[in-house]
Design a protein around this ligand. Sequence first.
Ligand code: FAD
Length: 381
Amino acid sequence: MSTLTFDLAEEQKLLVEEVRRFAEEEIRPGTADRDRGHEFPVELIAELGELGLLGMMVEERYGGPGFDPLTYCLAVEELAAVCPSISVTMSVTNSVCCWPIQRFGTEELKQRVLPELASGEAIGGFGLTEPGSGSDAGAMRTTARRDGDEWVIDGEKAWITNGAYGKYFVVLARSDARAGTKGISAFVVPSDAPGFRVGQAEEKLGLRASNTTALYFDECRIPAANLLAEEGLGFAIAMATLDHSRLGIAAQCIGIHRRALELGVAYARERVQFGKPIAQHQAIQFKLAQISTELAAAQALTYHAALREDSPDAGRHASQAKLFASEAANRACWESLQIHGGNGFCEDYEIARLYRDVRVTTIYEGTSEMQRMVIARHLTR
Ligand SMILES: Cc1cc2nc3c(=O)[nH]c(=O)nc-3n(C[C@H](O)[C@H](O)[C@H](O)COP(=O)(O)OP(=O)(O)OC[C@H]3O[C@@H](n4cnc5c(N)ncnc54)[C@H](O)[C@@H]3O)c2cc1C
């Protein structure tokens, strides 16, 4: 129930159809059970890799299909409309792991790591947040020191998506204690590096079929060649990565929002109160109209931002898309649940899961408050 008509290229239409078919036929049947069991779908994720969905923007010379950001967003949207947990597993591998490695890694590192990620043999993650530094990422305490041909990392990261299943993590650590955010560097840490350890999976309110853990680094040694760009550029790399990856979260919100609308319309047509379907009561019609209008606005902002990823204002566009799409999707799930009445409060109805899943979208990859700060900074610089 997409409300915005966009002229897609033939290749994009085919991809959307293929992802939609895969999501409906292969993913949807087990979604509720996996949510209930907090079960990470290892086999389905491997199949996403085989379909080329885990390294969508990886260039052909590194084993990927080399899609543009808009095509990537369309795929995230299709997956999120069926299973938001799977869409975040997929978007994190694409946008906060493959993307910064391709953009900032040395040729040797890209050849070594990207083909595995792009083929789905490995999934990836991103370690920025720590127990004491979330929105204020520059206050991180994890350290990195150079020792001959290696970097030695010590510290802890919190809330890492794909923590227990990722093979490669882009990790931010402080390599110069006195240089503030200019003393932070970015590294690729493989999960088999000595001194790397994964914490317990978090018991989350939503996205229960995704995996979120702490990561611990205890004299964790990685090759010097795993540094991205140059020493001291890590914070800039992290911010550039988030500017890009917020598009994926906005697309995830659109998928959830679309599904909330579909469920709301279907339920309103079917449920009879006061002698007619509730869809014929104007108060319910107005809710559906509002959900649909906000969906179209979220799509327009997100597709526009995806098409302008290389513009000087790309960060603002991505933050505006993520801010609006995440808050609108939360409103959509709230209203769709309201339309479902008491049934919406029951896990037998899909809207209950969406209501839980959507909640985090105004929090991760930068809270709504941080998006407003980014947007205002662009306006006043
Ligand atoms: C399911 C899940 C998956 C995640 N995956 C990852 C991941 O893969 N990698 C990763 O690095 N991180 C990940 N995160 C972490 C996520 O990005 C952080 O939770 C988020 O950035 C917010 O940080 P925080 O939780 O420490 O909140 P805090 O920064 O402590 O913020 C708490 C509240 O204060 C507000 N606030 C803070 N500072 C200000 C200010 N200056 N002005 C106004 N309000 C302010 C915030 O907006 C928020 O409302 C994940 C989190 C979750 C829940």
